[in-house]
Design a protein around this ligand. Sequence first.
Ligand code: IPE
Ligand code: IPE
Ligand code: MG
Length: 236
Amino acid sequence: MNAKWLEKNKERFPKHIGFIMDGNGRWAKLRGKLRTYGHKIGVDSLVDISKYARKLGIKYVTFYAFSTENWKRPKDEIDEIFRLAKKCIDDNKDDFNKNNIRLNFVGDIDKLPNDLKIAIKNCIKDTKNNDGFVITIAINYGARAEIISAINKIIKAGIKSVDEKTFEKYLQTAGIPDPDFVIRTSGEYRLSNFLLYQSAYSELYFPKKYWPDFREKALDKAIKVYLKRNRRYGNV
Ligand code: IPE
Ligand code: IPE
Ligand code: MG
């Protein structure tokens, strides 16, 4: 992105972008490789996009890494996704504190393999005071499960009635602003249980590119699309 253009427009950039990282399997298949190879290169995209978004001054990014529905996949593929997630945390954790980055997670992490669960818990603890840039990973995440769990917590707390503000405190995303922009790669036009409550007024964008090919230039293009949108929030 051209520095002058960036300076002129960055005030209007989305503050929070959600990424539904889709198309790893098809990307790999096109190249005659295993689906898991697509996930491996998909992690490179996640790291690239995080670094670039931070450079552009975007404050929050959320990546959908594993849905509550993804347990339907073959065990080998699931194991490899979790192995790659653990490796990605290990490879990047020094960078988080060095650069004031908070690594946050949403989803039911208790069901994850033990080594990954420990890495996640440590990472949350070690980076919780960083506030320069917030990366949220949605892993074993489903928006319906998140909403139901919030309702159960509210019942347990003996609260009889809530408003939106109170309800949002019980969501796992409490403290993180709603995504302004949700990008799903691979040309599928659905949200697949991603941040359903929080994306009520998000701008949606569905580029054709498969996630492993979604890099800096693709994010530039996406932001340009976003800047052309007219967010009315029900107004005229
Ligand atoms: C997205 O890529 C990654 C995860 C869901 C973990 P896919 O694995 O869904 O790739 P396609 O959609 O089969 O190509
Ligand atoms: C959505 O992708 C979930 C993630 C990106 C983690 P899927 O590929 O699992 O979604 P569906 O099955 O096509 O809806
Ligand atoms: Mg998919």
